[in-house]
Design a protein around this ligand. Structure first.
Ligand code: HEM
Length: 266
């Protein structure tokens, strides 16, 4: 009797640890939808990380006042964000009865506990006191490191100040972990830039790239809310929130706030 030869993993498998990757999806039930739910959750986590990496590159380019490189990195982030939005399509193939068949195995697991998502919110500049305190107290090391850096919007304001725009001193001097609060004087700066885009070409380009990142983020949140309504109706979430209403309130939040509000005055 011949025995099967030992499997020798080719370079593709060893290089990116594909064997280990495919061992990570471990459903806790026999329900048909659970494997897809875990797979898409993994894909999204990895894509959050890809967006963080591009925003990190953009932040470093801003510190060098290199607007071209900043816009390039933001455009790359945006491409990945579009894939993140599209991922909901795969999850939407699941019917509510298929979801309910395994929802109980999640226990209190919730996206609110995703450190990669929280890191992404922190990079973007959403650093509410409650989340910052929780991250410093018992958060993932990645979050503590992130809170020592300025957010991407802080870096933008510092860049604009170096270019001679009138950014209020308190916005530039605040500690990095503290959230930027919307300021009418910054709204004035964006208005000035958009009223004379040819004079402020670089700043205008930068603003458009930033807005696209913020837009795609809100798009992801809005689609998540739709998926939640589709899967839960009026049920509460596994983290103990009231579900859709809680997410609806979060949907009102906008990154880079003055970039949205100045438009009323155009
Ligand atoms: C059937 C699919 C899903 C349902 C029904 C659902 C439901 C919910 C609900 C109700 C919340 C509010 C907090 C809570 O009480 O748990 C929430 C938060 C969250 N979910 Fe989902 N979710 C789903 C899929 C996903 C996936 C695939 C991801 C990405 C990996 C994700 C990421 C998040 C994040 C990051 C939050 C926190 C948002 C924030 O803090 O602003 N969710 N989800």
């Amino acid at each position: 009797m011949t025995t099967a030869p030992e499997y020798l993993a080719p370079e593709y498998v060893t290089y990116a640890h594909m064997d280990e990757l495919h061992e990570l999806q471990v459903p806790r039930s026999d329900a048909r939808g659970e494997m897809n739910f875990i797979l898409i959750s993994h894909v999204k986590e990895l894509l959050f990380r890809a967006v963080i990496d591009d925003l990190d590159t953009a932040r470093a380019a801003l510190e060098r006042d290199d607007v071209a490189d900043t816009c390039l990195a933001l455009a790359r982030a945006t491409r990945t964000q579009r894939v993140l939005v599209a991922c909901w399509e795969s999850m939407n193939g699941m019917s509510v009865d298929e979801f309910i068949a395994f929802r109980h195995v999640l226990n209190d697991a919730s996206g609110t506990q995703s450190f990669a998502y929280r890191a992404l919110e922190f990079v973007m500049g959403n650093r509410p006191e409650r989340q910052v305190e929780a991250a410093v107290r018992d958060g993932h090391p990645l979050l503590r490191v992130e809170l020592e850096k300025p957010s991407i919007y802080d870096a933008v304001l510092q860049h604009l100040a170096r270019q001679g725009f009138s950014i209020p001193a308190e916005c530039l001097a605040k500690p990095p972990a503290q959230q930027h609060e919307s300021n009418p004087l910054i709204e004035d700066v964006w208005l000035q830039i958009y009223q004379h885009p040819e004079r402020h070409h670089n700043a205008h380009r930068l603003a458009e790239s930033l807005l696209e990142v913020a837009y795609q983020f809100s798009h992801w949140r809005a689609t998540h809310l739709l998926v939640v309504e589709r899967m839960l109706g009026g049920k509460s979430g596994t983290a103990g929130t009231d579900g859709a209403p809680w997410l609806r309130a979060i949907n009102d939040h906008r990154f880079f706030p003055e970039l949205w509000t100045f438009r009323t005055r155009m």
